[in-house]
Design a protein around this ligand. Structure first.
Ligand code: ATP
Length: 345
């Protein structure tokens, strides 16, 4: 298969299992975001793909070739780390040309490639500027261009945007995604920012405690999380207990949810309901009786925290959608059955 394959890859540091039998298939040209809480093993997976860390077990294949024993400099990869590691005393052009210079590429070829890459990162005409005079976003782009100088097969980035402020970071996410699509290069980014992953990835890999909890396209991860961990980690959600009553109805927060069914063999489970799927109505016959506990009006969205059945349920609405409820008001919480996803615990 053309692309990257990890087969039962593990990494132990002494007694610590940092990565536990990870298997993953990344077709050529895919943009992967590896996501997970601190210490879940995502950087270690990236470092093993890069050849900076030897797996304790398993194999890594690139285009059907076992690259596990191949040293980093022969793996044909481009890498960008959080620190960027640009050479501050060199110009933009010299930084980008550096990998070509080490390989003794002819000067004219270096010049041509630098011009191509500068155009690609929208910094035409910047070749002679010192990198020390660039803004954070521009430096980021130079680091990306330098990593792509040798036209690698695989592009690896570890928290590449985390040093940027929120606005610039969002802009760079879009830019990086567009660049990757233009080049069609297989790209793996480690991030702890789920919004970043949702923006850029074809495939999101959520890790927890050294294992892959779910690997799927971003919207599938959001809409059909495999388990409570993934549901809670990606976006915000309401995780609620559900159990069937004597007549087979699914009961959540003390009230039956019409249309909700549990898998045949289960009487108790957990559901994930996204806040934007929770409907709030004036108290009435349908829904779960609750009382508004707190309202956060963020302008574009309104978050309403409702106490119902002894739990807090969060509903998110837009100002256009419906009237706002005030703290202390009685409401009816409606959970549409189709928005309730039964998740493993
Ligand atoms: P973060 O988001 O904080 O960077 P991460 O998900 O990238 O976390 P890793 O850096 O892969 O996590 O680390 C996974 C586990 O392996 C952690 O418990 C870490 O302390 C441990 N670890 C990583 N590198 C080493 C090492 N060289 N020696 C010993 N333990 C290590």
């Amino acid at each position: 298969m053309s692309g990257l394959v990890l087969q039962d890859v593990a990494k132990h540091f002494g007694n610590l299992v940092a990565v536990d039998n990870v298997s993953l298939t990344v077709p050529h040209g895919t943009f992967v975001c590896m996501l997970g809480p601190s210490g879940c093993g995502k950087t270690t997976v990236l470092r093993m793909i890069a050849g900076l860390e030897d797996p304790t077990a398993g194999e890594i294949l690139l285009d059907d070739k076992d690259i596990t024993p191949v040293p980093t400099h022969k793996r044909n990869l481009g890498m960008v780390f959080q620190s960027l590691a640009l050479f501050p005393h060199l110009t933009v052009g010299e930084n980008i040309a550096y990998p070509l210079r080490i390989r003794r590429a002819p000067r004219a070829e270096q010049q041509k490639r630098v011009d191509e890459l500068l155009s690609l990162i929208h910094l035409d005409g910047y070749a002679d500027r010192p990198v020390s005079k660039l803004s954070g976003g521009q430096r980021q782009r130079v680091a990306i261009a330098r990593a792509l100088a040798l036209s690698p097969k695989l592009f690896l980035l570890d928290e590449p945007l985390s040093a940027l402020d929120a606005k610039l970071r969002e802009a760079m996410q879009v830019e990086l995604r567009q660049l990757q699509q233009k080049l069609g290069i297989t790209t793996i980014v480690v991030t702890h920012d789920q919004r970043e992953a949702m923006t850029m990835a074809d495939l999101v890999v959520v890790m927890g405690e050294g294992r892959i909890r779910q690997a799927a396209p971003p919207i599938e991860i959001y809409r059909k999380p495999a388990d409570a961990f993934v549901a809670d980690f990606i976006g915000s959600t309401n995780l609620l207990d559900v159990e069937t009553d004597g007549s087979g109805r699914a009961v959540v927060l003390g009230s039956a949810v019409p249309g909700l069914k549990l898998p045949d063999d289960q009487h108790k489970a957990m559901i994930s309901v996204r806040p934007e799927d929770v409907h709030l109505k004036a108290p009435g016959s349908d829904g779960i009786a609750g009382k508004v506990n707190f309202v956060r009006d963020l302008g574009g969205t309104i978050e309403t925290f409702v106490e119902a059945g002894g739990k807090i349920v969060v509903a998110v609405t837009t100002p256009r959608e419906r009237t706002k409820f005030a703290a202390g008001e009685a409401v009816s919480v409606v959970l549409p059955a189709e928005a309730c996803v039964v998740v493993k615990q």
